[in-house]
Design a protein around this ligand. Structure first.
Ligand code: PMP
Length: 354
């Protein structure tokens, strides 16, 4: 039976990407060698890295605009500290929209003063803070565009004269934005790009080189830029698979095309959540995420009936994050409208059963 994979990450990837990636593990480009047994300095792999980096900039419409794309190790969690290491001289601003921003704040505090410019902690992070004022004199302002755990997403971005840094781990390449409003974007690969193990970092070069501390080479963005993202052995398989996903997205028509599909999927699911009395949404309606829809049963005694029905329908990965419970349907780029339809069918069946 077909599985409908709503996992929050690692998560569903396009079938054709998985097929091509698995072929390359056996025989890369017809070389008779595996992608993962050749030198990362070989001509074929260097071409992969270059293609992945330029596709990332192209899809974000940041080519020739002073940005560099890197594929690094360490997940988005390493970026929590690399951002501060490279940019925080005195004082940085952070918007606290949940667990991941909280973790970013914790790391930044090791390097300097952190101002919490806004927070939605008072309502268990079910909304995006608004009406805050951003102080002047910040080294940078950090936000988390999509809050994977709570299902909230920034629709409007703060205006600031400081560099704007964005953790886009769970919504990169999913919606059209003016990406040039950001000076540094980072995202773990394992949602809309590829397997865990690589992190995409897109940096406007002119924000670098302004801190007085010494930065260890592996944590220094300028070192990685000067080595074309090959300072040390890169995570070759995640980079290759990310390249395939970016090619898939480009062939589909880019971010604008996937955004249309993502909006359809989200509309279908959220209208079911709103109209069906068996369920209630978690996130504030105007801040709802297109990627992660969070909801609860209005009557907890229906839990096992609902979960059995999900299982029978081949729907997996719907459990909410362990810190908040409930349900979370993650609708990343590779998830089909048909899968959302399968979930909505189960939800309406729950209502029919009473
Ligand atoms: N930021 C966000 C928004 C995330 O969703 C996650 C992981 N789910 C992280 C950061 C941490 O990413 P990683 O596990 O790659 O360090």
């Amino acid at each position: 039976m077909k599985k409908h994979n709503f996992s929050a990450g690692p998560c569903i990837l396009p079938k054709e990407v998985l097929l091509k990636a698995s072929e390359a593990v056996i025989d890369f480009n017809g070389s008779g060698l595996s992608l993962i047994e050749i030198s990362h300095r070989s001509k074929d792999f260097v071409a992969v890295m270059e293609n992945a980096r330029s596709l990332a900039l192209e899809l974000l419409d940041l080519t020739d605009k002073g940005y560099k794309a890197l594929f690094l190790h360490g997940g988005a969690s390493l970026e929590f500290l690399m951002v501060a290491y490279n940019l925080l001289e005195k004082k940085a601003g952070y918007l606290n929209t949940g667990t991941w921003s909280d973790k970013a704040i914790k790391e930044a505090k090791l390097f300097g003063e952190v101002v919490e410019v806004g927070s939605s902690k008072d309502e268990d992070f079910n909304y995006i803070p608004k009406g805050y004022s951003v102080p002047t004199g910040l080294d940078y302002l950090h936000i988390t565009s999509n809050n994977t755990i709570y299902g909230t997403q920034f629709k409007k971005f703060p205006k600031t004269d400081a560099p704007l840094v964005c953790d886009m781990s769970s919504d990169i390449f999913s919606r059209s934005l003016d990406f040039s409003q950001f000076d540094l974007i980072y995202a773990g690969a394992q949602k809309n790009m590829g397997p865990a193990g690589a992190t995409l970092v897109v940096i406007k070069e002119d924000i670098l080189g302004k801190v007085s501390r010494k930065i260890p080479s592996m944590l220094d963005y300028q070192v990685h830029i000067s080595k074309d993202s090959m300072f040390n052995t890169p995570p070759v398989f995640p980079v290759y698979t990310s390249m395939l996903t970016l090619e898939w997205l480009k062939n589909l028509g880019g971010i604008a095309a996937i955004e249309e599909i993502n909006e359809k999927k989200a509309r279908l699911l959220y209208s079911e959540i709103d109209l069906n009395p068996v369920f209630e949404g978690y996130a504030n309606i105007e801040d709802r995420s297109l990627m992660n829809a969070t909801f609860n049963l209005t009557d907890e005694s229906l839990k096992s009936t609902f979960e059995n029905m999900l299982k029978e329908a081949g729907i997996i990965g719907l459990n909410g994050h362990r810190s908040v419970g409930g349900y979370r349907a993650s609708m990343y780029n590779a998830l089909s409208l048909e899968s959302v339809g399968a979930l909505v069918d189960v939800m309406s069946e729950m209502e029919r059963k009473g």
